[in-house]
Design a protein around this ligand. Structure first.
Ligand SMILES: [Mn+2]
Length: 357
């Protein structure tokens, strides 16, 4: 198992590789080429440059989070052919650079959605929060205004003001794309890329939708145990796998995380784990908490135990952390709380392993 941290690259991250290197037990990072527009093929030299930068600090580039999927692939437009070809080139170049795990998501238009990027908690720390009551009646255009007013100076990924026109156009294009159609388009994509993944041993790890239900009337398909079973069966290759994100899947309290991890149809395909805890006020209203079991609704011991029980040997990272100790960083991705998360998760792992009979 590789304990990692997500790193956005020296240009985009307030956290440095030297800092990450000093967190006990962290051997590498997952990162991405954030300046390459979605849909373009990744060049071998660019990947090598990122890899060298990471390795020069004494860490490993253990995987990519993420190689994003162009909307035309998700919508199923004829133009997807070119974008799939480009994706295959990116995978081939990653394989040649000896990078073998790629996280991606298949959410229409938006990545993870939150209604507050800096909710103040009782101890003065701030955290990302979500309130379904705000989202459920809101139109996307109103959401833009809200984001500009209430994001505390931060811009939620995907909600950059300059995307407003593009996004309204995308909503048009998604008309008629049902959940079934989206699932078919995922299969089409997986069937096309799996031969490249097999050749270069690249484990694809689809990230669950966050939150794990439809928002703004757009379909979402990576939301439940049943959905993960279906996706596993879309293409039988072991390289068609999952990112087990406790916070995303766990946003729906009906999802039993340890049970999902132990599901034999899913467990062997878990290549990447994102571990975080969340505190729920009610169904659909939650904020992200510290990683500690007692601070949220998830039993982190049971989640780690389930991963240990299935002999999970993939990549793991603490997920979003709170902002503590006055840190200024990308929402969810400060150094301090994620480092505390690593220390706690490592403690759980050590105890569970030593107690194994
Ligand atoms: Mn995640």
């Amino acid at each position: 198992m590789d304990m990692t941290l997500r790193w956005f690259g020296s240009k985009h991250d307030s956290v440095t590789l030297d800092q990450i290197k000093q967190i006990p037990g962290v051997t590498g990072v997952v990162s991405s080429l954030h300046d390459i527009p979605v849909g373009e093929a990744w060049k071998f030299e660019d990947i090598l440059k990122l890899k060298k930068e990471v390795e020069d600090s004494g860490l490993k580039l253990i995987g990519i989070e993420s190689v994003n999927i162009h909307e035309d692939i998700k919508i199923g437009l004829p133009s997807r052919e070119q974008y799939i070809e480009n994706y295959k080139v990116s995978l081939e170049n990653l394989g040649k650079a000896d990078v073998h795990m790629v996280c991606y998501n298949f959410m229409p238009i938006f990545d993870w959605t939150r209604t507050d990027l800096a909710m103040v908690l009782e101890d003065g720390s701030t955290a990302l929060a979500y309130d379904e009551n705000i989202i459920k009646d809101i139109k996307p255009e109103t959401m833009f205004e809200r984001m500009e007013k209430e994001s505390g100076g931060f811009v939620l990924p995907g909600w950059e003001p300059n995307r407003r026109d593009e996004i309204m156009g995308l909503f048009e294009k998604y008309k008629g794309v049902t959940a079934e159609k989206l699932m078919q388009n995922l299969k089409y994509f997986l069937d096309a890329i799996m031969p490249v993944c097999e050749k270069y041993q690249i484990k694809m790890a689809i990230h669950p939708d966050d939150p794990a239900w439809s928002v703004f009337g757009l379909p979402r398909i990576v939301t439940s145990e049943k959905a993960l079973e279906e996706i596993a069966s879309l293409n039988e290759s072991i390289y068609n796998g999952f990112t087990l994100c406790s916070g995303s899947l766990g946003s729906n309290l009906k999802n039993n995380l340890p049970e999902i991890i132990r599901n034999p149809k899913i467990s062997k395909k878990i290549h990447f784990a994102h571990l975080r805890n969340m505190k729920f006020e009610t169904d659909g209203v939650f904020h992200e908490s510290s990683h500690l079991s007692s601070d949220g609704n998830f039993d982190m011991y049971e989640i780690v135990k389930a991963l240990e029980d299935i002999n999970f040997d993939g990549v793991v990272r603490p997920d979003h952390g709170r902002m503590i100790w006055g840190e200024q960083a990308r929402p969810g991705y400060g150094l301090y709380d994620r480092a505390l998360g690593v220390a706690y998760l490592n403690g759980l792992w050590e105890a569970i392993r030593k107690n194994k009979k």
